[in-house]
Ligand binder design. Structure first.
Ligand SMILES: Cc1cc2nc3c(=O)[nH]c(=O)nc-3n(C[C@H](O)[C@H](O)[C@H](O)COP(=O)(O)OP(=O)(O)OC[C@H]3O[C@@H](n4cnc5c(N)ncnc54)[C@H](O)[C@@H]3O)c2cc1C
Length: 547
């Protein structure tokens, strides 16, 4: 059942999404999964010429679990036997300074606080999974080769102009809401006149994808996911196993000055990074700018934005897409609630209030990772084939390995974001554990991601969350349960109840009743029904103004 029947008169479609990158596709899929009709327009044909993201974070994998996509991600043709090691070298054939051993995808297991583990699934494999998911939802239409060229909003809708990339025909589309998932150069953001704050250019970097089936045989470092290459001047490039077999992404990190490289220069730099001459084929060259930026606002009126349109991160940490997909999941249920009539007048405003601070947090952490990665200044001793050189390399490698662990172990970044100050969460006065990038302690303090516990083999608490609110009872009085459910029904809020008889879960949730939102964050918890259950329900559905 889709929401077309609920459309106010004169609207073509409830939601128009501009941009079919991973964030737009996730938003379209989640909206469709919630029974909301939407149209996504994407200017390209959807082909990924140069995959950027390849690390699907653990929280994104939890969403994939909800959407039924875990098997597809695990079945993607990225080799599951490739050690995911990060290796620090002077060149592939040169000195090894240090190494963070990481398990293969096949050997990796989920941490105790999640039913999932992070996955390596490059964008050219992951985007099609999201696209198929979105396309399979009855209310979702995906239109490739169609570009948003302008829009106007008024009190009850948005009129958008969409141009065909083949032939240039223009069409007007009327929507209740427009969401710009149109990436870093967002036309939507520009049209709204919303600026970005932060550092516009940390580096001008150049990515080169090259093909070489026999690269592993040209050096003694073995199979690994990533090589970070450090010269006397510092960290200057990386080589990443982009498809895990014969394609490699060579990144010339660059500096704050823009620089174009000739093919000869690129070849000389590849030669330097590998440490010897060899045969390979350059497939693509993509210059890009490493930024540290967050939008001043995540939307205006009926026009909202998500993903790179509102935050641009250094890829160090692999937070970009994952942050954007969290945006999409936060926004989708709120749009659905408003269109279905139970979302209050202040619900959509909570999107910016909840997600923009997370954008700042993750952008900051990604930039800090970048600064750590480029912090060494070794000097000429680095390459000296002497005992002093050996001792220097050992010391540098140990120190660098230590600081790089910040980037490799980031459960706190991926799972520990919370909406404690959200206008639609009801604080119980408790403090969640400190928000630390590298450590994550599960907490059911309102605003936090609701904790995972295995309730039975293969059945996580997370499997209870998704389409509506979920009320969890840990030995609660039936009268208290009934009071909350009655108030929710009075507010039109879709809610399910699950009684949980599980000591570990009860201890983690630290309450007898917890109300979990459709995105899997705790909205309210307590040992009894609230004194005024309707006031709580009105707060969490955004019907009450909170100053
Ligand atoms: C080298 C590198 C490695 C990275 N690795 C990771 C990683 O491992 N994990 C991670 O989470 N992130 C990673 N990222 C970041 C990640 O790639 C981005 O954050 C992510 O692609 C953003 O998704 P998006 O959908 O918001 O934007 P985009 O992927 O930029 O998609 C926007 C889409 O909108 C379309 N579009 C633009 N304007 C219009 C218009 N007017 N009308 C219609 N369509 C339009 C574009 O064609 C595009 O398809 C990496 C980035 C880089 C550069």
């Amino acid at each position: 059942m889709t929401t077309k029947a609920r459309m106010p008169n004169g609207k073509d479609i409830p939601i128009l999404i501009a941009g079919g990158g991973p964030v737009g596709l996730a938003l379209a899929g989640d909206l469709g999964w919630r029974g909301i009709e939407c149209l996504l327009v994407e200017q390209s044909d959807g082909a990924i010429l140069q995959p950027r993201m390849d690390l699907v974070g653990i929280r994104t994998m939890e969403f994939c679990r909800r959407w039924g996509l875990v098997e597809a991600v695990e079945a993607a043709p990225y080799p599951r036997d490739l050690p995911q090691d990060n290796v620090y070298v002077t060149s592939l054939a040169g000195y090894e300074l240090g190494r963070e051993r990481m398990p293969t995808l096949a050997a990796a297991t989920p941490p105790p606080m999640s039913p999932q583990r992070r996955e390596r699934c490059p964008q050219n494999l992951f985007d099609p999974i999201l696209r198929d998911f979105a396309a399979a939802q009855p209310g979702v239409a995906l239109r490739y080769g169609a570009r948003l060229v302008g829009f106007m909003q008024d009190g009850d809708g948005v009129t958008a102009e969409v141009e065909s990339m083949t032939g240039g025909a223009r069409e007007r589309i009327r929507a209740a809401y427009l969401v710009g998932c149109d990436g870093g150069r967002s036309l939507v953001r520009e049209t709204l006149g919303i600026g970005m704050v932060g550092t516009a250019a940390l580096t001008y970097t150049t990515n080169v994808i090259f093909r070489c089936a026999g690269l592993v045989g040209l050096h003694d470092k073995g199979r690994a996911y990533r090589f970070i290459i450090i010269g006397p001047e510092g960290t200057w490039s990386t080589i990443v196993a982009i498809n895990g077999t014969d394609q490699w992404r060579f990144s010339i990190i660059g500096g704050s000055e823009q620089r174009d490289y000739t093919t000869e220069e690129i070849r000389a730099l590849i030669h330097r990074a590998v440490g010897r001459d060899f045969d390979y084929e350059i497939l693509t060259v993509m210059p890009w700018v490493r930024r540290e930026l967050v939008a001043e606002r995540y939307g205006e009126g009926r026009v909202l934005m998500a993903g790179d349109a509102v935050h641009m991160l250094s890829p160090t940490g692999a937070f970009g897409m994952n942050t954007g997909i969290q945006d999409a999941v936060d926004l989708a249920w709120k749009l659905a609630a408003v269109l279905q009539g139970w979302g209050g007048a202040h619900l959509l405003a909570s999107y910016d209030a909840e997600r923009r601070p997370v954008g700042h947090r993750n952008v900051r952490e990604a930039a800090a990772n970048f600064r750590r990665m480029t912090s060494p200044r070794p000097g000429p001793l680095l390459l000296e084939p002497t005992p002093q050189g050996d001792a220097f390399r050992e010391q540098l490698g140990a120190a660098f390995s230590e600081i790089m662990r910040h980037e490799w172990y980031t459960l706190g970044v991926h799972l520990g974001y919370r909406y404690a100050d959200s206008p639609i969460c009801w604080s119980d006065g408790t403090q969640a554990p400190p928000d630390a990038p590298n450590a994550y302690v599960q907490s059911a303090a309102p605003g936090s991601r609701a904790p995972h516990v295995w309730l039975a083999p293969g059945r996580s608490t997370l499997d209870l969350f998704g389409k509506g609110f979920a009320l969890l009872g840990f030995g609660a009085d039936p009268a208290d349960v009934e009071a909350v459910l009655t108030a929710a029904r009075a507010g039109g809020v879709p809610v399910s109840f699950t009684a949980i008889d599980h000591t570990e879960a009860a201890a983690l949730y630290e309450c007898k009743l917890a109300l979990v939102r459709p995105d899997g964050h705790v909205a309210w918890r307590g040992d009894h029904a609230p004194d005024d259950p309707l006031a709580v329900i009105d707060r969490i559905r955004g019907a009450a103004r909170v100053s």
